[in-house]
Design a protein around this ligand. Structure first.
Ligand SMILES: [Zn+2]
Length: 442
């Protein structure tokens, strides 16, 4: 704005009118214009491809990544930025298993005009993308391509910076409803999953694209692991066809944010013969079905003109009790800020956009935790962004921890017995507006 003021004042020299009158008129008109501009809800989006070329091995979890020979679809980072008054927030998705704050913070440092704590970066949890944790093997050797990861952090920052440039006046359509059809189930106990799908659609308020979607964000709990890491294929899994379907049907940019999909809410690729469909065609079937359901759910939502934005965050600390997780933190070449062998720090966000209330989860919360938090969020349109800001394995309650034999794996790959309790308590403090307690600095 400083540059603009100088221009106005240098222009004054060319006028013969009463100098003070001109200043008064200009100041008033500038204030008026700025006031209108600053108070209007604006939204923007941008996309960057992050498919490695040449292709890289892919990771579906701890251990050495699996080699690939082909790709199905492309990997992307997708950014949306919303703004109202002085508040600007970015929501970013990355087609990867998990995207920790070590990488997220590199992008944050390259992003202009958005406070770091207002930049929410989540992973879609595809199990067919390069290793972003730099998991060590049993000998302590890591195989991740660190230069690829660094390139991705720049692509993410570029996408957010472009989304800021693309900001334009917008209105919102928000809806939460049950996604019908064969999309997800719980592999451990088939009915124990949350079928609700949340949709936030920002629609252009004026200009040549008036009434056309700028962004359609889909929030749903599912493991995108139809293809998985072991088939020699690099892929966004079902998220790719979901993006394509939404963008071809309504235009704009589609973003997928996962939800509370831990232990073990996954894609329903069960076949009648007791087998599973594990190919790209099944990714297309499920991705397109979820896309169609999301568009059906949001189709008749009431238009929200000039919605408000509210964003707060809290830094929290988890003890690292699991030997497996300790080993990873000790041996990964990625250095986690604020972590040592005993604890790790992360950030959770609470974000209101119009009538939507969003809580972030730094990992894979089990669906019962998801149900509980949605119920406590005190808004009918509750969204959970899982694997966002960090992705520290499974998050289960102390009661679930080390209980059923079925939970052996998710117990070993959680930080510890108290992770769920700490997360729930800190989330409730955010939800209840109890922000006066000093939060842990990273
Ligand atoms: Zn998972």
């Amino acid at each position: 704005m400083k540059g603009k003021n100088n221009l106005y004042f240098s222009a004054l020299n060319h006028f013969t009118m009463n100098k003070y009158k001109i200043i008064a008129v200009l100041t008033l008109s500038m204030l008026f214009a700025n006031g209108i501009q600053a108070q209007v809800f604006r939204a923007g989006a941008a996309v960057r491809k992050i498919t490695p070329d040449p292709l890289l091995p892919v990771s579906g979890g701890i251990g050495k990544p699996d080699p690939v020979t082909e790709k199905k679809g492309d990997l992307f980072t997708r950014a949306m930025v919303v703004e109202k008054g002085d508040t600007r927030v970015a929501i970013v998705s990355v087609d990867n298993l998990g995207w920790t704050s070590v990488l997220g913070d590199r992008s944050r440092s390259l992003i202009k005009g958005i406070p770091h704590e207002n930049i929410l970066i989540g992973a879609t949890h595809t199990h067919s993308a390069p290793d972003a944790y730099a998991f060590p093997d049993e000998q302590g050797k890591a195989y991740a391509d660190l230069s690829y990861l660094d390139w991705c952090t720049k692509q993410i920052a570029d996408a957010v910076n472009e989304a800021v440039k693309n900001l334009q006046p917008a209105v919102l359509k928000i809806a939460v409803g049950e996604a019908r059809g064969k999309i997800a189930y719980n592999y451990y106990a088939s009915d124990l999953y949350d079928p609700r799908c949340g949709v936030i659609q920002a629609v252009a308020a004026n200009g040549i694209n008036k009434d056309k979607p700028i962004i359609t964000l889909v929030n749903y709990a599912i493991h995108p692991e139809v293809i998985g890491p072991e088939r020699g294929i690099l892929s966004p899994d079902l998220c790719g066809p979901l993006y394509d379907r939404i963008e071809s049907r309504v235009g704009g940019i589609a973003i997928f944010m996962n939800s509370a999909q831990g232990g073990m809410v996954t894609a329903d690729n069960r076949c009648e013969n007791g087998q599973e469909a594990t190919n790209w065609e099944e990714c297309i079937r499920i991705g397109e079905l979820l896309a169609d359901e999301a568009l059906r759910i949001v189709a008749n939502a009431e238009v929200q003109t000039d919605p408000d934005i509210f964003c707060v965050s809290r830094n929290i600390k988890f003890p690292i009790e699991s030997p497996v997780m300790k080993y990873i933190f000790q041996n990964t070449p990625l250095k986690f800020p604020g972590s040592n062998t005993d604890s790790v720090s992360t950030r959770i966000n609470l974000l209101d956009i119009g009538t939507a209330r969003i809580l972030t989860i730094p990992g894979e919360a089990l669906p019962n935790i998801g149900y509980y938090l949605k119920r406590k969020m005190n808004k009918p349109q509750s969204f959970l962004f899982g694997l966002t800001n960090d992705a520290f394995g499974y998050i289960l309650t102390k009661v679930d921890f080390d209980s059923f034999k079925r939970y052996d794996y998710i117990t070993r790959t959680s930080l510890g017995e108290m992770t769920g309790e700490i997360f729930i308590n800190e989330a409730l403090k955010l939800i209840n507006g109890n922000l006066s307690q000093p939060s842990e600095k990273q």
